[in-house]
Design a protein around this ligand. Structure first.
Ligand code: SF4
Ligand code: SF4
Length: 176
């Protein structure tokens, strides 16, 4: 079972993925949408007007999108912030939450008996959690690239330690 805070709760979110993100017309999206502009199908109540028809209306990308719980966190933590800052924070949190999700899944595969590797995974989770829970300035200035590389290196080590099992757990693209 993933950590509850890493699972999207759209009922507690101001539909940040439908505003902050950008997408281009493609197989997954029927139209272009720039970042920071509300989608044409977003209602005033923060709901998607075509929610039940996303795939047939050409928005498969929306149907498969996962914010890893960043939406409700940014909505809650940046409720009083200007919209552009909240959007920016959401995009950073989305990246951090995805890394946290991968690390927590990897840690399940590497219990404490794995020794140093488990400790390193746990330490990286604590580092990313502290950033996600920290103040806005630190969050907005975080060096995502460095944390991404550090996380990928750890996941590769998990992949090496487990062999093919990592692929069976959905971590394959990160550990390859
Ligand atoms: S940002 Fe996440 S929680 Fe918010 S509406 Fe999108 S998927 Fe749901
Ligand atoms: S189509 Fe619906 S889910 Fe997709 S961005 Fe627009 S409002 Fe959001």
């Amino acid at each position: 079972m993933p950590r509850p805070d890493l699972i999207p709760d759209c009922s507690a979110c101001a539909a940040l993925c439908c505003v902050a993100t950008s997408f281009e017309r493609s197989e997954d999206f029927a139209f272009d949408k720039p970042a920071g502009v509300a989608c044409r199908y977003l209602t005033r109540g923060h709901r998607c007007a075509i929610h039940t028809e996303l795939v047939t209306r050409g928005c498969r990308g929306c149907a498969t999108y996962d914010c890893y719980g960043a939406g409700q966190r940014a909505t809650r933590a940046f409720a009083a912030a200007p919209a552009h800052l909240r959007d920016q924070a959401f995009l950073v949190l989305r990246s951090l939450h995805e890394l946290l999700w991968l690390l927590t899944e990897a840690a399940k595969l590497c219990p404490p008996s794995c020794g140093e590797l488990h400790a390193a995974l746990t330490a990286q989770v604590q580092t990313l959690d502290a950033i996600a829970r920290g103040d806005a300035a630190a969050l907005l200035n975080v060096e995502l690239c460095r944390h991404d590389q550090r996380t990928r290196a750890l996941l590769r080590r998990v992949g090496e330690a487990l062999g093919g099992r990592a692929h069976c757990q959905g971590l394959g693209s990160w550990t390859a």
